[in-house]
Design a protein. Structure first.
Length: 461
């Protein structure tokens, strides 16, 4: 009976998918919703590929998932992957039914499934991944994710012993996940230890997750990311099996120490948060049996998807277009920090980060702005800041509270006119930060910024 219900759900959802495709509509989650409405255990019905890798964590899931898929594909693996679709239950169902035959068998070699943390209890009881890679657990939208301890708890309680965990040793929330899973591989960053420990504005790990004692730290890089220990029960950040031991920023390479030696790879992107993601990918693929030269194949040619990180040179300046998800305070603060510490003077930042899609029951939450460390924007290399859109006053207030000189800030009411708030003459590199639900007007801003920069470059010649 179970099997029949699954097959009916599979065929109905495949028909729904076909129909949507004929209508030229996106089929990233609707077919999965149809299937799950018929069969609540739909995910359990598939004959899955030999290896199933789940990718989860607060920040960096898509980067890790794309890179894993890219490298595996380049090495001849056939991969089932949901990176371009949705990472909740219906999205995962949609990608599996798409790749399955009429009896539910998926004929690929590996499934790389990006799984939203909140979907843990709706996914892992039905699909027990062979591997789960988690790069960090940090605060995210309070309305959606509640607290990091809740997120850690649901991931931990949804997994079985079968899963081999690939975990960030430098995030204690992550490193202590699912103690019932004995196969654990840790990755981390040993290079560039901060001489002075960061004094984080917020931290998502204050007390020992085991005994509740107060945690001490060897050092912190940002937020709770670093090396911690508990004097009360002896818990400490695990020693990474795969550790980045050196980063050569100039030549864009990084070196990873692992149980069998040391290897150097091309650095795809110079933001330190991505170095963690890359090390996790290397640990994951090595455990899967890939050799360093096979892994390197992907690092040599991969790029972060342009919608997340785009950089172009116009005249003497660079324009960076960076995804900056609203409601996600740490990811935005990491982006501010990244910009502040790039070389250059008089940088101009345009921020189109209203999150009106969060407006449920007539109100969107603005509390996340106060969890985000705006102090990075007070860096002397930042000359101009433009806040655009309906939440510009909230952002301005937040910036003032962080000690940012008001004369550097311009407010623009209509998001699509945000570029006009920037004085291009004398401005250094330009950064456009945009919320993922604001891609339309952000494309308009980007186009206008390019025109302004080209115009100014022509005047200089
Ligand atoms: Zn303790």
């Amino acid at each position: 009976m179970k099997k029949i219900r699954f097959l009916i759900a599979l065929w109905a959802s495949k028909a729904a998918r076909l129909l949507l495709r004929l209508l030229k509509r996106k089929a990233t989650s609707t077919p999965g919703k149809v299937a799950l409405a018929i069969d609540k255990s739909f995910l359990a019905g598939f004959k899955l590929p030999k290896t199933v890798i789940a990718v989860t964590g607060t920040n960096g899931k898509t980067t890790v998932s794309n890179l894993l898929t890219d490298i595996l594909t380049k090495n001849g693996y056939r991969v089932t992957n949901n990176s371009y679709g949705s990472n909740i239950q219906a999205g995962i169902a949609s990608v599996l039914l798409q790749d399955a035959d009429l009896f539910g068998k998926i004929h690929t070699d590996v499934a790389v499934l990006e799984v939203d943390e909140r979907s843990s209890l709706r996914v892992y009881p039905f699909i027990q991944p062979d591997y789960l890679i988690c790069n960090n657990i940090m605060r995210d939208s309070v309305k959606r994710n509640a607290h990091t301890e809740f997120i850690s708890y649901i991931i931990s309680s949804a997994l079985t012993e079968k899963t081999h965990l690939i975990l960030n040793a430098d995030c204690l929330n992550t490193a202590t996940l699912a103690q019932q899973c004995k196969n654990r591989t840790y990755f981390g960053l040993e290079a560039e230890k901060p001489e002075v420990s960061a004094e984080p504005y917020i931290s998502d790990v204050v007390y020992c997750p085991t005994c509740g004692g107060e945690l001490k730290h060897e050092y912190l890089r940002y937020n709770h990311i670093g090396r911690m220990y508990c004097e009360n029960c002896g818990l400490k950040s695990p020693t990474p099996d795969f550790a980045v031991t050196a980063i050569d920023w100039e030549n864009s390479t990084f070196t990873v120490r692992h149980p069998a030696g040391e290897d150097t790879y091309t650095l795809i992107n110079d933001n330190i948060v991505n170095v963690f993601n890359y090390c996790g990918v290397i640990a994951m693929l090595t455990r899967l049996g890939l050799k360093p030269d096979q892994i390197a194949l992907g690092f040599d040619s991969s790029k972060i998807v342009k919608s997340r990180f785009d950089k172009m040179t116009i005249g003497k300046r660079d324009l960076y277009v960076l995804l900056a998800k609203g409601q996600n305070p740490i990811a935005l603060a990491r982006t501010f920090d990244y910009i502040a510490h790039l070389p250059g003077e008089n940088k101009g930042i345009v921020i189109n980060d209203d999150d009106l899609e969060d407006n449920i029951n007539n109100s969107e939450s603005t509390c996340w702005l106060y969890d985000c460390d705006f102090r990075y924007l007070a860096h002397p290399s930042i000359g101009q800041i433009v806040f655009a859109g309906p939440r510009r006053y909230d952002q301005m207030l937040r910036a003032k509270m962080a000690g940012i000189d008001e004369s550097k800030v311009t407010l623009v009411e209509q998001p699509e006119k945000a570029a006009q708030g920037l004085m291009i003459q004398g401005c250094g590199d330009v950064f456009l930060l945009y919320e993922m639900y604001r891609t339309k007007d952000s494309a308009v801003i980007k186009k206008e910024l390019i025109e302004m920069m080209e115009g100014d470059a022509a005047n200089e010649n």
